[in-house]
Ligand binder design. Structure first.
Ligand SMILES: Cc1cc2nc3c(=O)[nH]c(=O)nc-3n(C[C@H](O)[C@H](O)[C@H](O)COP(=O)(O)O)c2cc1C
Length: 170
């Protein structure tokens, strides 16, 4: 699968087989996050791999959806904002660094036939406590991973290119 095909066919998956994800594949998925670009190459990220049943169940109160805790693996994407790069005017780029690593995780997983769903609508305070994430670190996303049960068509519900691309000026 080439990159554009991967982008076209990756969809959010919220129903997973019980089958665990092979350790080797999880390592390669994390490797794709490690290799991602970040502003000034600051790499302000940390990733927590959660595969144990009890550890996943402990996260349920932070995002009370059964499909979430039933995913064979969850990757918590964490950022130390103080390690991130800021532009001259003070604009901070650490959330973008996280987003790029997240896309790497989702596309690499998809290439392995593993479905994913990025979750942002969790209770950060509760999840940080459960995962013992330090105070100086933000929890940006929880990415569920697993072999998909549901099958989805390639992406169609996006704005048209004419609506979002401008040439020479807005
Ligand atoms: C940053 C981000 C946060 C998201 N948060 C959630 C979430 O909290 N819960 C959820 O079910 N889906 C979440 N999603 C999945 C989106 O709803 C989904 O990507 C979008 O509807 C497009 O569908 P697709 O991924 O199947 O193409 C999130 C996606 C992104 C990129």
């Amino acid at each position: 699968m080439n990159v554009l095909e991967a982008i076209q066919t990756r969809r959010s998956i919220r129903r997973f087989m019980k089958k665990p994800i092979e350790k080797e594949k999880l390592t390669r998925i994390l490797e794709s996050a490690r290799l991602s670009p970040s502003a000034n190459n600051n790499q302000p990220w940390h990733f927590i791999l959660i595969t144990e049943k009890k550890a996943k169940e402990n996260l349920f109160p932070a995002y009370p959806r059964n499909w979430f805790v039933e995913a064979p693996a969850i990757i918590a994407v964490c950022i130390k904002p103080n390690d991130g790069w800021s532009r001259q005017d003070g604009e901070k780029y650490w959330k973008l660094d996280a987003a790029i690593a997240m896309q790497s995780i989702m596309l690499t997983s998809h290439d392995f036939g593993i479905g994913s769903c990025c979750i942002a609508a969790f209770d950060e305070k509760k999840a940080k406590k459960v995962l013992e994430i330090p105070n100086n670190t933000r929890l940006i996303a929880l990415i569920c991973l697993g072999y998909p049960i549901e099958k989805k068509d390639p992406v169609t519900d996006r704005k048209k290119l004419e609506e979002i691309v401008h040439y020479q000026h807005w």
